[in-house]
Ligand binder design. Structure first.
Ligand SMILES: [Zn+2]
Length: 308
């Protein structure tokens, strides 16, 4: 697919932009809810991506940090869990609703992320015409990795594993191996069609493959923190995987039958998937995302940095 076409199609999905939602949101009304996951692991709900927390004798480690205006509220919520110092911030991917607090928390903690997360944060982004300026100084990850890294913290191995070309080209899933909790980042939208950022190296097929790999290695009673949506179970993640496989197959079949995108949208999806389209990605958006992901060549979107 030619880039211009790709951009035009995506522009039609303006509602998909998380930064746009951020700009419209009144953060003064947002409350940070603390939800115990298992052991010393918690999930924080506010606005933007769910935050994972490990709190214990070594202090605090968080996964993602939502939006900058929420930093003080997040800090207060963490204090309520544990008086210890914030030592690490792990970023699941670069999107602004997961990294907005980086400049704040980066002054006190070490930010860790996959290589492409740092590259994309440093370059700034323009997703469907909505711009996030380049991040500088303490907001940038200071430890990066290509495939995986392990943090030994609060008495357990916290494994951070990169799954290529999922929601973006820099996603990590974090495994709390002793507490039996997994933070999926935006490779998992609980009970809803996901936003897949094809423009930033994401792929529906990649998300599906990543979820499959995670399901193959987590215990049946693991708690699963999604990027967006409520604290979930392995069965919820299985249902999500089933949705990905089934809806992709439906669109794939029609592409093979030479149907146009408009025809596929007009045909829609079976009623069993209706509820999944009640989030901010509607059924039409999801069909278009699958269509684009299947018809474009495998993601080949180099990060635009000024050095190239
Ligand atoms: Zn995201």
């Amino acid at each position: 697919m030619k880039r211009a076409t790709c951009v035009r199609l995506l522009a039609g999905l303006a509602l998909m932009s998380l930064p746009a939602m951020a700009q419209q949101q009144d953060f003064s009304k947002v409350e940070i809810k603390v939800i115990p996951a298992a052991g010393n692991i918690y999930m924080l709900e506010g606005a933007g991506g769910n935050i994972g927390v490990s709190a214990g004798s070594d202090g605090i480690l968080i996964i993602d940090d939502q939006f900058a205006p929420l930093a003080e509220k997040i800090r207060a919520a963490l204090k309520g869990i544990n008086q210890g110092k914030l030592k690490f911030v792990l970023n699941t991917h670069f999107h602004a609703d997961h990294t907005g607090g980086n400049p704040d928390f980066g002054t006190e903690a070490t930010i860790v992320a996959q290589d492409n997360v740092r590259k994309r944060l440093a370059a700034g982004s323009d997703i469907h015409g909505l711009k996030t300026p380049p991040m500088t100084g303490p907001g940038l990850p200071v430890v990066t990795f290509q495939d995986s890294v392990t943090v030994y913290f609060n008495g357990e191995e916290i494994r951070v594993i990169h799954y290529p070309h999922g929601h973006t080209d820099g996603d990590s899933v974090i495994f709390f191996t002793k507490s039996n909790v997994v933070h999926m980042g935006d490779d998992f939208f609980a009970g809803r069609f996901p936003f897949v950022d094809l423009e930033s190296g994401g792929s529906v097929q990649g998300v599906t493959a990543g979820v499959e790999k995670v399901l193959a290695q987590i215990p049946a009673d693991a708690k699963v923190i999604p990027g967006h949506g409520p604290l979930s179970t392995v069965n919820d993640l299985k249902a999500y995987h089933h949705m990905l496989v089934a809806t992709t197959a439906i669109v794939q079949k029609q592409i093979k039958a030479k149907k146009t995108l408009a025809q596929i949208k007009a045909a829609g999806l079976p009623a069993e998937w209706k509820e999944w389209g009640s989030g901010f990605i509607k059924t039409d958006d999801w069909i278009e995302t699958i269509y684009n992901s299947l018809t474009q060549k495998m993601p080949d979107h180099p990060v635009n940095t000024k050095h190239h």
